[in-house]
Ligand binder design. Sequence first.
Ligand code: AQP
Length: 354
Amino acid sequence: MSSPVSPEQKGGLTPTSFKPRIFSGIQPSGGLTLGNYLGALKRFVEKQDEGIETIYCLVDMHAITVWQDPAKLRHATREGAAAFIAAGIDPKRSILFNQSQVSAHAELGWIFNCVARMGWMSRMTQFKDKAGKNSENVSLGLFAYPALMAADILAYHATMVPVGEDQKQHLELTRDIAIKFNNDYGVDFFPVVDPLIEGAATRVMSLRDGTRKMSKSDPSDQSRINLTDSADMIAAKIRKAKTDPEPLPDSVEALRDRPEARNLVNIYAALSGHSVDQVIRDFAGAQFGTFKPALADLAVATLSPITTEMNRLMADPAEIDRILGDGAERADAIAQPILEQVFDITGMIRSRRK
Ligand code: AQP
């Protein structure tokens, strides 16, 4: 399996250190949710503002692992880009683009399909959750999804990947693919990435079931807050969110067996920037009749300006397409030389005139 090659064969293509670079993506498989905002977008902005090189992507090729209506996919990709910008991503400071415009993702994804093992993929819980009892009938792409995700990240030699908790297993697989590629070809070529899973809302749960992740593809719209929801809709969804009859406790531990209550407290903490302990101190003994309106006010105050800005940006889809095209060119300029080195390492002849 491992085939160490001589330094001559490696052609000197062995960078041993990598500059800090962040890559992350979101699927345009529907409108973005509060989960995407707190688990991903908000932190993407923080990373950009820390001055690290940041590359963000609407992963449209991942979205079609489950069938998407083409017009809706196009709309969701533009709306996703609008959400990034409205949340604070500056397309001049960060690179913002959609995946299918940079062919290195698909090309490296294929090479990683040949590196990843069937057994590794079979253990992916997201595949099991999404395929359910229907695994014979889901797309091959859904099974191979984590190899394409590894390509998304490693095509840029990204070193850090901010994600929500649900992506932890896929990032471990990205590390395994990088290590196996490096071992198989006797190179030190791909970085072993660090997942950045931080904050009070790394896993925002459904408003209807505190044991399930809030998800843009959940059939129940009541289960999630969409970034396009009006203030009234946000308030109504929080008012109707499932809870239990007890008041809020005076310790975080006492929330352990109360998934819905814990979820709302976590959301409050993430939106307010306070710790979960602080929120519990502030609301100890409060009934949900008091807590929910406070949470709704906070959610509306945070999300309404984003929604307004998204609507403004969506009025000019040509400008969004221009931003995505510009981002894709800058992304391509980083990924293509890395991909060429991968082709060289793997023994592919590249003699076509450019
Ligand atoms: N509920 C969540 N809580 C915290 N973070 C979340 N993320 C998604 N849902 C939550 C984070 O958002 C980023 C983009 O996720 P994605 O769109 O690529 O895919 P996903 O995780 O499968 O999200 P959805 O909403 O559940 O999409 P569908 O329904 O299409 O599968 C990731 O960093 C993710 O962790």
